[in-house]
Design a protein around this ligand. Structure first.
Ligand code: AMZ
Length: 402
């Protein structure tokens, strides 16, 4: 998930509105490029920019300010407001905008969105701003008859990168996102959803990061950042941590469904590949000695080390993991396992060494193998390593390291 800091432009200045009302604008920075630099320095990786005058006028009105932002920061930018025709889309994409946001034209001219999304995969997003469930257009001055779902469904197979969904009543009001409507939308459509309007606290982010929320790709934060209400470092930490958890299945699916992710990985018979099965022998003691919070923190370090190996890692049990390494033979996989062995032994949480002794079984792809047979051989090698005593790497065809 990405947290997008918002830069809304009015008369060349960086402002925030309340409920989209131009008469209720607060100026937060007279230099939008400087604001962009501040956001990037704070750790944000992607900016959300709206040309407010452009959304009302139907054509770009703050182009100079946008160009200054593009020149000031290397971070990707998504831009909306007054992008209503193909020439404007091409113009911004050519100038280095990573992704354009189309609002009014998605209601009035869906063919434009579909054609642009086909020509620029991943670079066209649809902005749907809702008042009482109906989509508003033209700077939110007009409300259409169509619901967010009606319009989102139009683009289901069009290659649109994201739907940015804003609840107008909440925008700029710091009362929290409309989680219910956002999650319902994300479950209903296949296009990733970005939540916007009213983001107020870490709780909003926690709710979006929870399981079973559908395909939520990000959230836009505005006033909460300018008012200093949202702790940016904590918010970015929360998101990074959730990404690690997701990558390794730390708090997600386990057991057979985790294994299925590996089994479903397609391998060609002439590929090199290896499986590492591992078991954290001392893990139960960590929970017992230090409590589950420290246990979770230790697991996250383990997960981060596994993720850094560049393979597909899944957690198949409380302290059991499988890693599929592509392009590795038995020797390379054994070397990786030994590196992990040393890495785990060095893990400490709150300066307490965790003494994670663990055992590894390694197997490499042979002719006629499936991932499933590789997993079975790695599991047998893991068993042999445990029988020999913890802290070992056993390779399925014989070699063993202490
Ligand atoms: O605040 C407003 N009144 C407002 C706003 N923030 N009006 C439009 N917009 C934004 C939309 C979207 O990102 O959230 O402008 C973009 C859509 O512009 P257009 O010109 O495509 O409708």
């Amino acid at each position: 998930m990405i947290l997008f800091p918002a830069i809304d432009l009015k008369d060349g200045l960086c402002v925030r509105l309340e409920q989209g009302d131009m008469a209720r604008a607060t100026i937060f920075n007279r230099d939008p490029a400087e604001q962009a630099r501040k956001f990037v320095a704070a750790g944000f990786e992607y900016l959300h920019i709206v040309d407010l005058d452009g959304a009302f006028a139907g054509k770009p009105m703050n182009a100079a300010a946008v160009e200054r932002i593009l020149a000031a920061v290397p971070a990707p930018v998504q831009l909306g407001g007054g992008i209503r025709d193909r020439a404007t889309i091409e113009g911004w994409l050519g100038k280095g905008v990573a992704r354009v946001i189309i609002g009014t034209a998605a209601v009035r001219d869906p063919a434009l969105v579909k054609e642009a999304a086909r020509a620029h995969p991943g670079r066209v997003a649809v902005g749907l701003d809702a008042r009482d469930g109906r989509v508003a257009v033209e700077g939110w001055g007009e409300t259409s008859e169509l619901s967010v779902r009606d319009i989102a469904k139009r683009f289901e197979d069009a290659g649109v990168a994201a739907i940015i969904y804003t609840d107008i009543a909440r925008d700029g009001m710091l009362q929290g996102l409309n989680l219910e409507a956002t999650i319902a939308l994300a479950k209903d459509i296949a296009i990733p959803v970005i939540a916007s309007g009213g983001l107020a606290s870490l709780d909003d982010l926690r709710a979006l990061l929870g399981w079973h929320t559908g395909n939520i790709a990000g959230a836009v934060a505005g006033r909460a950042l300018y008012d200093g209400r949202l702790d940016v470092a904590a918010a970015l930490d929360l998101i990074r941590q959730a990404a690690t958890d997701q990558l390794t299945g730390l708090f997600g699916t386990r057991g057979f469904s985790a294994q299925r992710q590996l089994i479903n990985a397609r391998l060609k018979s002439d590929d090199q590949a290896a499986v590492i099965a591992l078991d954290l022998d001392g893990f139960a003691w960590i929970n017992q000695d230090h409590g589950p919070r420290v246990g979770d923190a230790a697991l996250r370090r383990v997960a981060a080390l596994l993720a850094a190996q560049g393979g597909l890692a899944v957690r198949t049990g409380g302290d059991e993991f499988l890693v599929l390494l592509r392009g590795a033979d038995a020797a390379a996989a054994a070397a990786t396992a030994e590196r992990l062995l040393r890495g785990f032994a060095a893990i400490s949480v709150d300066e307490k060494p965790m003494k994670l002794v663990c055992s590894f079984g390694v197997s490499a792809l042979k002719p006629g193998d499936t991932v499933e047979t590789m997993i079975a051989r790695a599991a047998a090698a893991l068993h042999a390593a445990k029988v020999q005593g913890g802290g070992r790497v056993v390779v399925a065809d014989g070699a063993m390291a202490a």
